[in-house]
Design a protein around this ligand. Structure first.
Ligand code: 5GP
Length: 191
């Protein structure tokens, strides 16, 4: 008997909104597989190549782009990020929930191509709180924090935009208390 096709889940949100923590919790479910993106940004302390990202040179990224290897891609803070194409098809064919953690431009590309899925945007309670979380996280330089806050404002505005008359995201979840946010998102995925 054919297995039921799986479901794509797109999670977006500004840097510092808590989406990585939400995704980390979702990944504990054995039915969830997740995309490992390619990026040209440099590796942060504690990250592993092939686990957190596939860390590529600009030339290598561009070559793969030319070969149409990415499902979607975007430039974020002067670095390139892309979702490799084949793992999603393989996971969905096996009935898995496939989790993709990407920013808003990439999400728009998926929506424009009418790729079926649940699209969730994790929003911070407000910009001051977002900045505080980024500072506390301690992984970004002060200048980079300013850039990320600037991008966050644009992303929050873009999150409530539409693609072909439908909302870009199915749900915008405000992350005030992480445990509650995780429960809410789990409830959306597995009602
Ligand atoms: P970071 O540098 O903090 O790991 O990621 C920066 C932003 O890029 C985050 O919003 C993250 O979700 C997004 N991102 C990571 N991988 C991809 C990808 O493959 N495609 C797109 N469009 N965005 C991505």
């Amino acid at each position: 008997m054919d297995e039921e096709r799986g479901k794509l889940v797109v999670i977006s949100g500004p840097s510092g909104a808590g989406k990585t923590s939400v995704c980390r919790a979702l990944k504990k479910n054995p039915n969830v597989e997740f995309s490992v993106s390619a990026t040209t940004r440099s590796m942060r302390e504690g990250e592993q190549d092939g686990v957190d990202y596939h860390f590529l040179s600009c030339d290598d990224f561009q070559r793969r782009l030319g070969e149409n290897q990415f499902l979607e891609w975007a430039s974020y803070n002067e670095n390139l990020y892309g979702t490799p194409r084949w793992p999603m098809d393989a996971a969905l064919a096996r009935g898995k929930t496939f989790l993709v953690e990407i920013e808003v431009d990439g999400t728009r590309q998926l929506r424009e191509r009418a790729i079926d899925g649940l699209y969730v945007f994790i929003a911070p309670p407000n910009i001051e709180e977002l900045r505080r979380r980024l500072v506390n996280r301690g992984t970004n330089e002060a200048e980079e924090i300013d850039q990320r806050v600037h991008i966050a404002k644009e992303e929050i505005a873009a999150a409530s935009s539409e693609v072909a008359g439908s909302p870009l995201y199915d749900v915008i979840v405000e992350n005030v208390v992480l445990e509650d946010t995780i429960k809410r998102v789990e409830g959306l995925l597995w009602p």
